[in-house]
Design a protein around this ligand. Structure first.
Ligand code: FNR
Length: 398
């Protein structure tokens, strides 16, 4: 059995923020910026955390809270927590076999794991390594119908019943850190090459002996001579269909009879169109602040979308979720569950599967504690009543 270097002791991290500090220390600069960075001035990245911070909680007291209920029914399954791991690409840049580690950590807790189109492991490899995984697959708006159709058939064949179509990234956001760190796609600048040499543990654990793996789902669509990260990055860039519109989504709806979820919705009018097309779910998301800089925090967009869509389809939210109280606030405002992006990536970057599991355990503990302290120990009884705009805002206690 292969042995992994487990990095700094992730078990000492008492919060997602502490895991982030450890991940920053362990990763070379370019990999950390890839994980953490947002687009342009990172206004939206900052708003994602501020949006949660601006919501205050007003607890009720003397409510028995020895037992908390955090289950959620999502797409026909009961989950122990209102959490799924969201899609993130190039994960093996952070830790060898990171996709598999994330899938295992989620599966251990009975949570879904979403595999990105641009994952390093293919969907077939994930299912082989983690047969019991509740696998969701994320698709980009791809140009070539053959590739799109083949990916859908493969997803169906491996038992994936939930498809997330990412609609906020047909053009790549302006990520300046990427431009600084790479002289060409996937070609590190000289400064970054030296920085990699200064991280021998990361090199041994992540690069040795094969170097960075290719993009597992896409490899077969590339000409043989382009089957490397640079070729794959070029291919995916050329594949993004900037003409993809609601009609194209309606055609996809016809071709994918299983659950179809649109990821990257912020406007309530778009939520209404998605309902009219018969979609099964929405992810209220700004892509973790990595796409259009200046858009509001996802949590600030949720109330209007919930008003339009609650009860008509499944509502998910991502971007900035780092605490159990964030999950609580999202659920109180109408989300059925949250997707995790960076939170579990910090964990996997520091300690592989165990690190990702630690991130999930921290959030689960924080959520249970927060529900108890709020006086609403059953998540399904949670509504907006304990929320107020900010500690200084006056409100009426009902
Ligand atoms: C992402 N995200 C993303 N989304 C997607 O649909 N396909 C993808 O391949 C990726 N890749 C990706 C890589 C990395 C390193 C990050 C951080 C994010 C966006 C992701 O699914 C999610 O929307 C955000 O990560 C949510 O924000 P937080 O939780 O990271 O703040």
């Amino acid at each position: 059995m292969r042995r992994y270097y487990s990095g700094p002791d992730y078990r000492r991290a008492r919060s997602i923020a502490e895991l982030a500090v450890m991940a920053r220390r362990r990763l070379p600069h370019f990999a950390w910026e890839y994980l953490e960075g947002g687009a342009e001035d990172e206004l939206t990245l900052g708003r994602n955390r501020q949006g949660f911070a601006d919501i205050a909680l007003l607890p009720r007291t003397l409510v028995p809270c020895s037992v908390t209920h955090t289950q959620r029914s999502l797409f026909g399954r009961t989950l122990p927590l209102p959490i799924a791991i969201g899609p993130t690409g190039y994960n093996a840049m952070l830790y060898r076999d990171a996709d598999i580690h994330l899938a295992r950590a989620a599966t251990e807790l009975g949570l879904p794991f979403t595999l990105s189109t641009v994952s390093t492991h293919s969907m077939e490899q994930i299912v082989e390594a983690v047969p019991e995984v509740n696998l969701w697959f994320q698709l980009y708006c791809l140009r070539a119908p053959k590739v799109r159709q083949d990916l859908l058939q493969r997803a169906s064949a491996v038992g994936c019943t939930t498809l997330l179509l990412t609609c906020d990234a047909v053009l790549l956001g302006n990520r300046e850190w990427d431009k600084r760190n790479f002289v060409r796609p996937r070609q590190l600048s000289l400064r970054n090459k030296f920085d990699v040499l200064a991280h021998p543990r990361w090199m041994a654990q992540t690069l040795w002996p094969q170097g960075l793996p290719n993009l597992g789902n896409l490899e077969r669509y590339l000409p043989r001579e382009q089957r490397n990260l640079e070729g794959a990055a070029h291919f995916i860039g050329s594949q993004m269909d900037t003409g993809f519109d609601w009609d194209a989504l309606a055609r996809l709806r016809d071709r994918w009879p299983q659950r179809l979820v649109l990821k990257g919705v912020l406007h309530p009018a778009d939520a209404e169109t998605a309902i009219a097309l018969g979609l099964d779910g929405l992810v209220v998301s700004n892509h973790g602040g990595r796409q259009l800089d200046g858009v509001p925090a996802s949590i600030d967009c949720l109330p209007a979308i919930a008003a339009a869509a609650k009860g008509k389809l499944t509502l998910l939210l991502d971007s900035g979720v780092r605490r159990g109280t964030d999950i609580l606030k999202a659920c109180a405002l109408g989300a059925d569950a949250v997707l995790l992006g960076r939170a579990t990536l910090y964990g996997v970057a520091v300690g592989g599967k165990a690190g990702a599991r630690h991130a999930l355990d921290l959030l689960a503990q924080e959520l249970r504690l927060a529900l108890s302290l709020l006086g609403t120990p059953d998540l399904n009884q949670l509504d907006r009543s304990p929320l107020c705009a900010s500690p200084s805002t006056s409100f009426t206690v009902s």
